[in-house]
Ligand binder design. Structure first.
Ligand SMILES: NC(=O)c1ccc[n+]([C@@H]2O[C@H](COP(=O)([O-])OP(=O)(O)OC[C@H]3O[C@@H](n4cnc5c(N)ncnc54)[C@H](O)[C@@H]3O)[C@@H](O)[C@H]2O)c1
Length: 327
């Protein structure tokens, strides 16, 4: 029986930089859109009237003989002990030998690959001179959204919006010590007029802003809404904004940000441009004018986890990092 390598969140943090993670996501999305992965739409099961959601996310990359299964549990409200709202584990399997070869912390792996997905979208879709960011949601995903956008653009100022002032304070204190970006509390939505890039990483049930508050040419990474009743974006946004997604079937069947405008008949189908993987492989066009509003909507797909876990596992093997066990 092969050894199983266990990788903790701290080990993954040390092994994989955000820059590397963004490049891993670039390849994963391109492979996904070219049909190289086998991936069923994930299973999400709610318990306790939605207080806890369980995610089961398998995928298979035949050319690398790798299977990944991510198991997550997510609480609607953050547990009071301060542990992350998303807890999980990633199982990595060698399909050639049908052996489990890796068990990775799923919490940070998720935040890393979700940030990296917004990073590649920011690289491809935001205006290159973008310097002001507005971030909604200073939770686990917010941190990696911020890191990824700062990797791709020279961000000078960031407005941090969170309904919890403690979360926003914690976020600002954390990054003040690490970056020279001017970090400000998003006191009111008028600051959105300045934002070149907006990231939304909340569990909100209501849109976070209105379309007429946006600056021309803004790029939005919207990662929070993964259920029909969850909304971060205004319903009329896709009457003016160009939409790119991580995975069409998943986004159109899961996210309220897309389902609600479709149901209301106010989704302009001409504004749906395609999957980010199609953009990466130049099968569709990206931004065509500096005034265009672009949106990257992601619900998160299993191939992101498999690609990220395989990369971290390979680096860990090369560096001799992680605990090797036999079950
Ligand atoms: N697309 C993906 O791949 C992906 C991956 C992981 C998580 N998510 C989703 O992203 C969202 C955030 O996840 P997380 O792990 O950071 O959760 P979290 O609980 O750690 O953080 C969410 C933050 O959003 C804040 N918030 C809630 N409503 C708000 C509002 N109206 N305005 C401003 N702030 C608000 C909360 O106070 C909290 O600080 C969740 O809905 C989660 O399911 C998506």
């Amino acid at each position: 029986m092969q050894n199983i390598k266990i990788l903790t969140s701290e080990e993954i943090k040390d092994l994989v930089s955000m820059k590397e993670a963004i490049d891993v996501m670039k390849l994963a999305f391109s492979d996904l859109s070219m049909g190289k992965y086998r991936m069923p739409v994930r299973t999400v099961t709610d318990f306790g009237n939605g207080a806890i959601s369980l995610f089961f996310k398998p995928s298979f990359l035949p050319q690398e003989e790798r299977i990944g299964i991510k198991l997550l549990s997510q609480t609607r409200n953050k547990p009071s002990q301060g542990s992350p709202a998303i807890q999980g584990i990633m199982v990595l399997i060698d399909s050639a030998t049908n052996s489990i070869i890796g068990l990775l912390d799923g919490s940070y792996l998720t935040a890393l690959r979700t940030g990296a997905a917004s990073g590649i979208a920011t690289r491809l879709l935001s205006r290159s001179e973008s310097s002001v960011l507005a971030l909604f949601g200073a939770g686990a995903q917010g941190y990696t959204q911020f890191e990824a956008v700062c990797c791709e653009r020279d961000i000078r100022k960031a407005y941090i919006y969170d309904t919890s002032s403690e979360a926003a304070d914690r976020f600002i204190a954390f990054f003040k010590a690490k970056t020279d970006v001017e970090l400000l509390h998003g006191a009111d939505l008028s600051s959105l007029r300045e934002a070149d890039i907006i990231c939304t990483a909340t569990n909100s049930g209501k849109p976070l802003f209105q379309t007429d508050m946006l600056k021309k040419g803004v790029h939005i990474n919207a990662i929070g809404s993964y259920k029909p009743q969850m909304h971060e974006l205004p319903d009329d946004l896709f009457s003016v904004a160009s939409l790119y997604v991580d995975h069409k079937d998943s986004c159109f069947s899961e996210s309220g940000d897309i389902i609600t405008p479709l149901e209301k008949g106010i989704f302009n189908h001409d504004n749906y441009k395609g999957e980010i993987g199609e953009l990466i492989s130049s099968r569709i066009t990206g931004r065509i004018s500096s005034d265009q509003i672009t949106v990257f909507k992601s619900v998160g797909v299993a191939v992101q986890d498999l690609a990220m876990a395989s990369f971290a596992y390979r680096k860990a093997c090369d560096a001799g990092i992680g605990q090797d066990i036999k079950l």
